[in-house]
Design a protein around this ligand. Structure first.
Ligand code: UD1
Ligand code: CA
Length: 458
């Protein structure tokens, strides 16, 4: 016996006013539809069928070969979307979960319960419902006097009495496959929008004398559909809360969770403290005992244990144990900052390796550099890595001391334990243990200023 899934994702998402298909809008770092597929996946025995139409190419490009596709040429309603996917169910016995692609808060547990109820209760269909304070926009669940589900009436087709019903349809169903395929054949589009409503399957099955059950979600927010950007923001808020809760329960402190963004692909070690105004995203791993002070964006990066990052942008980089970054540093992709390093104020590092305990404390650009251990890069140093057509590498060996405001014209190597005088423009390799001075000599013209004053007075 199979448990299949159909995910409806062909709609235009008109209310998003977007060039991007609605289901590809991101919530906490991943498209809405990924959240839905994740919730569905544990329950099913065959790969899900995704109904695509609007923006089909983009949706396919995103989902790839992990799912099956049904193509809905014209969007004639959710019932029509289900009909499009029906050929994938032919010859299958068992159940099918039919889920809208725009319900990212849906939980796998609820789907399992929905399937369980259908199978054990001998229902032709079960549906997930929710009691909403403000049910507007949703289809209302009409129940018979005995309390069993009788029909779903869309908001726009509802009369005053139905309008008052607070139980809504989540657009999440579990159908017995044979009954479902039969009901689809009876669907008509004689409604306000001339659409085939999937919801009408409920009344059709009830009329056939089949049992239809409903599972009322314990948390109504789980059933929220995302139709516009305001609802998207609400959904993000709930997902964010869930993600942060997971980290909190694993020993991470958030000073102000409501004002912290943590994507779903982020891991954080225990005893790390995250201040407000931080955005942690992509595939990011933050170690234990770190402090992430306000205003940082950390994306696709690895941060070691005991590191401190403040008001900085860290992308595609590695920050070693006990390192100190910021405030106002920018680590660009391909950067590897070693253990116990210090990257200070207004320092930009691009595609460079910085060895253990080296310091780049102020106002410096390090591009395509390989810096050894225990180096000191003074204030305002520029790694001149670009000659207008090509990028070159600068090597600074262990223990070297580069004075303030030096330019290292690459390709160039600064030898081990050497010194570079402040203000030097280095164009040639500096040998180990040497001092390089590459600047004009100072001339003091005695009495020059006094003489000038006298001339002005005349
Ligand atoms: C639908 C339900 C409503 C329920 C609500 C829950 C119907 C008729 N109404 O309304 O009872 O309360 O969801 O959120 O089912 N889609 C297609 N092809 C189409 C039309 C829609 O694939 O031709 C897809 C959309 O991409 C979307 C999903 O189906 O992911 C739901 O469609 P939407 O237009 O958002 O339905 P609602 O008006 O929200
Ligand atoms: Ca919807």
């Amino acid at each position: 016996m199979d448990t299949m899934a159909i995910i409806m994702a062909a709609g235009e998402g008109r209310r998003m006013l977007s060039d991007k298909p609605k289901v590809l809008h991101e919530a906490c770092g991943r498209p809405i539809i990924d959240w839905v597929i994740d919730a569905v996946s544990p329950c099913i025995t065959a790969c899900p069928v995704v109904v695509v139409g609007n923006g089909a190419q983009q949706v396919r490009a995103h989902l790839g070969t992990g799912v099956q596709y049904a193509f809905q040429d014209k969007q004639m309603g959710t019932g029509h979307a289900a009909m499009t996917a029906a050929p994938h169910l032919e010859g299958r016995k068992g159940y099918v979960l039919v889920v809208a692609g725009d319900v990212p808060l849906l939980k796998a547990d609820s789907l399992a319960a929905l399937c369980g109820l259908a199978k054990e209760g001998g229902y032709a269909a079960t549906m997930l419902t929710a009691l909403m304070e403000d049910p507007s926009g949703y289809g209302r669940v009409v129940r018979s006097e005995g309390g069993s589900v009788a029909a779903v009436v869309e908001h726009r087709d509802a009369d005053a009495q139905v309008m008052c019903i607070k139980e809504v349809n989540a657009s999440v169903y579990c159908f017995e496959i044979e009954a479902f395929l039969r009901a689809l054949k009876s669907l008509k589009n004689d409604n306000d929008q001339s659409e085939y409503y999937l919801t009408d399957c409920i009344a059709i099955l009830v009329k056939e004398g089949r049992k239809v059950g409903a599972l009322v979600a314990s948390d109504a927010r789980e059933c929220m559909g995302v139709n516009d950007r305001a609802q998207l923001a609400e959904a993000v808020k709930v997902l964010q809360e869930r993600i942060i809760r997971r980290h909190q329960l694993a020993g991470v402190t958030f000073i102000d969770p409501q004002n912290t963004c943590v994507g779903c692909g982020v891991s954080i070690g225990r005893d790390t403290v995250v201040y407000p105004g931080n955005v942690l995203e992509g595939e990011t791993r933050i170690g234990e005992n770190c402090t992430i002070y306000p205003g940082s964006r950390i994306k696709n990066s690895v941060v070691g244990n005991g590191a401190t990052i403040e008001s900085s942008v860290v992308c595609g980089s590695v920050v070693g144990d006990g390192a100190n970054v910021g405030p106002f540093a920018h680590l660009r992709p391909g950067t590897d900052v070693g253990e116990s390093c210090r990257i200070g104020n207004f320092v930009e590092v691009k595609k460079s390796r910085i060895g253990r305990a080296s310091k780049v404390s102020h106002l410096t650009y390090v591009g395509d550099g390989i810096i050894g251990e225990g180096c000191n890069i003074g204030c305002g140093v520029v790694f001149v890595n670009y000659d207008g057509s090509q990028k070159h590498t600068t090597v600074v060996e262990d223990g070297a001391f580069v004075g303030c405001n030096a330019n290292l014209i690459s390709p160039v190597t600064v030898g081990k334990n050497s010194y570079i005088a402040a203000g030097s423009t280095i164009t040639e390799d500096v040998p180990e243990d040497a001092l390089a001075v590459a600047r004009g000599r100072q001339i003091n013209k005695e009495g020059w200023s006094a003489k000038r004053r006298m001339e002005k007075r005349k």
